[in-house]
Ligand binder design. Structure first.
Ligand code: SF4
Length: 234
């Protein structure tokens, strides 16, 4: 057995000189990951899903001039259950977040999220809006951010290539996959939209802050009562 520069252990098999250009000695572990990633990186199916003006650029990217078919990504699916990639293309309003998270949860693993444009990544020009979320990454794990307002088709393609490079680094042994023993693994709690948007993962913090705020208000009320009574007593 010999150890290569990469640390991989290879069996001592001598390849005849005349076959050295045609035969490669490898092992299943080294072969499996590239094959698995090669197949996935060239057949990413995005979901048909647009939120605002950025979606127009996404649609242009899929059309003939830019031609996503070159990357095997032209099959935009109309259901999350057949999609690998969710492109958040546009302004994310609080009203839409529960639906976006529900769709994300319905996508099979391994799944990816791309934040396209200033709005999806940080609220963009509507950041201060009462109804706008300042970044979808507050709710979903984002794999690639594409800057711009709107990003050009070239920028979106650059983001898709970055996603391909990320997939190249994954291993079949560790990539997230459907787990029969725990089908809820990887699910994101769906936020609740009431007077405001509530992320259920933040409930402990919200309760703690609410209790602290109530205690503070009570303290101020008592102090105000005492100062109101004191002059008369004097
Ligand atoms: S980033 Fe710009 S182009 Fe994209 S949705 Fe927001 S305002 Fe529209």
């Amino acid at each position: 057995m010999t150890t290569s520069n990469t640390g991989a252990v290879a069996p001592d098999i001598t390849v005849p000189e005349e076959l050295s250009n045609n035969v490669v000695i490898t092992n299943i572990a080294k072969l499996l990951d590239p094959a698995y990633n090669w197949a996935r990186r060239n057949s990413i199916w995005p979901m048909v899903f647009g939120l605002a003006c950025c979606a127009i650029e996404m649609i242009c990217t899929a059309s003939s001039r830019y031609d996503l078919a070159r990357f095997g990504m032209e099959v935009f699916r109309a259901t999350p259950r057949q999609s690998d990639l969710m492109i958040i293309s546009g302004t994310v309003t609080k009203k839409m977040v529960p639906t976006i998270v529900r769709l994300y949860n319905q996508m099979p693993e391994p799944r990816y999220v791309m934040s396209m444009g200033a709005c999806a990544s940080g609220g963009g020009p509507f950041k201060e809006g009462y109804n706008v979320v300042d970044g979808i990454d507050k709710f979903l794990p984002v794999d690639v951010y594409v800057p711009g307002c709107p990003p050009t088709p070239q920028a979106l393609i650059n983001g898709l290539i970055a996603l391909q490079e990320k997939i190249d680094q994954q291993s079949i042994a560790t990539a997230p996959w459907y787990r029969k023993d725990d089908p809820t693994a990887g699910l994101v709690p769906i936020p609740v939209l009431g007077p405001d948007l509530v992320d259920l993962r933040q409930l402990d913090t919200i309760r703690r802050e609410a209790a602290r705020s109530l205690a503070e208000q009570e303290k101020q009320r008592k102090e105000a009562e005492e100062t109101a009574v004191s002059p008369e007593a004097a």
